[in-house]
Design a protein around this ligand. Structure first.
Ligand SMILES: Cc1ncc(COP(=O)(O)O)c(C=O)c1O
Length: 379
């Protein structure tokens, strides 16, 4: 039995309709959207427009023209950080951020941007009192990861967003782990910006990300180029989404994302969430009872991702045994989030991370637990 438990990295398998949609876009549509008037280009444009409406719906974005397609969450985050921050700006981030936030900020710090980290509780949730203090004086930007890719910890997002909104501080939400599984209301929560991947819980293929920027925030684009609009003007269009969408769009990726969202709506996001959180809790409870295993329990679980360490066994070695001895794919190490591991006390070795997805069954988790018990008994 081959078992994939690395859905926090990317969902696998995708729903069959996603593979079909990618194939259809490549084999039967083929054209570039928004660049020509022929029927095939118009069909492609219609597909992209329909996907924008679906994304706006699932992320609570009031105006679908504010939905920007990027390559991935990393690109979306980079657009915001590099297009919004200036010399000497102060940025407040959580202690659970991914390297897609920390690395660009490190680079920007050489240009005079300063960033500071909100204190977190032992499970990874931000301390709201510490957060409140850091909002005075107002920073230029707050960045929060909605749920951690390390242990699934869900942040008290609505409270934090309300505090930012009251002070007029833009909040960039990294929803890479939660888009498609947790309810998100970008407009109602008054988010400044939102970044997410299309290939995780939104069930699309890799190569598509999403960016939302509130209309009043003048975030400069990272790239300029052909948009298929206002071609007579040498300046980049200022309107959305064209301002941030230069170059040929990823039609197969967007078509696949559209099919992924359709699948979520048909099955029901609440049902998928209950399923994944249930598997996460099952893992957490069973692992906690095993001798020598320490689970990084979040205060509130937002995804099914569970991280743990094993006394006397390096996470990478445990992952290799699970892979080669039991054909189970888990992720080990730092998960591109060393800051989160520093916060949780598991830096530099990291953890073993098990992340079930919509397609994972209770039997799969039982198989994994049997394999882990066998691994532990052999030591
Ligand atoms: C919390 C978080 N933020 C950002 C990213 C980056 O996403 P992508 O690889 O799609 O750019 C990830 C990916 O694992 C993530 O888990």
């Amino acid at each position: 039995m081959s078992l994939y438990l690395d859905n926090a990295a990317t969902t696998y398998p995708k729903p069959p309709s996603v593979y079909r949609a990618v194939r259809h876009a490549l084999e039967e549509v083929g054209a570039t959207p928004g660049r020509a008037a022929h029927r095939k280009a118009r069909e492609a444009l219609g597909m992209v427009a329909a996907a924008r409406v679906q994304v706006a719906g699932i992320l609570g974005i009031g105006d679908c023209d504010r939905v920007v397609f990027t390559k991935n969450a990393t690109e979306s985050i980079n657009v915001v950080l590099k297009g919004w921050l200036r010399h000497r700006d102060r940025v407040v981030i959580s202690g659970m951020e991914h390297n897609s936030v920390v690395r660009p900020l490190r680079r920007l710090s050489s240009l005079g941007v300063v960033f500071e980290t909100i204190r977190c509780r032992p499970g990874g949730q931000i301390d709201l009192d510490d957060f409140r203090k850091r909002l005075d004086p107002s920073p230029r930007l707050v960045v929060l990861v909605h749920a951690s890719n390390v242990n699934g910890a869900l942040q008290p997002l609505q409270e934090a967003a309300g505090m930012c909104s009251k002070r007029g501080v833009p909040l960039l939400l990294d929803a890479a782990q939660t888009a498609g599984i947790q309810p998100i209301s970008a407009t109602d929560w008054d988010l400044g910006m939102l970044a997410c991947s299309g290939h995780k819980a939104l069930l699309g293929p890799p190569g598509v990300g999403i960016l939302y920027v509130r209309p009043d925030l003048d975030v400069l684009p990272l790239m300029e180029g052909g948009t298929g609009s206002r071609s007579e003007d040498v300046l980049q269009p200022e309107f959305c989404p064209d301002r941030y969408e230069s170059g040929t769009p990823n039609l197969p990726g967007i078509a696949g994302l559209s099919a992924g969202i359709e699948f979520i709506l048909e099955r029901g996001m609440d049902r998928i969430r209950a399923h994944e959180l249930g598997l996460g809790s099952m893992l957490e409870n069973e692992l906690s009872g095993m001798q020598g295993v320490k689970v990084l329990r979040p205060e509130i679980r937002g995804t099914g991702a569970v991280s743990f360490t094993i006394d006397g066994l390096n996470p990478g070695d445990a992952g290799a045994i699970l892979d080669e001895g039991f054909d189970i794919a888990v992720r080990t190490g730092l998960h591109c989030a060393p800051l989160a591991h520093q916060t949780l006390g598991t830096f530099p070795e990291g953890t073993v991370r098990v992340s079930p997805g919509y397609a994972t069954t209770v039997e799969d988790i039982e198989y994994f637990l049997r394999a882990l018990r066998a691994l532990l008994s052999r030591r």
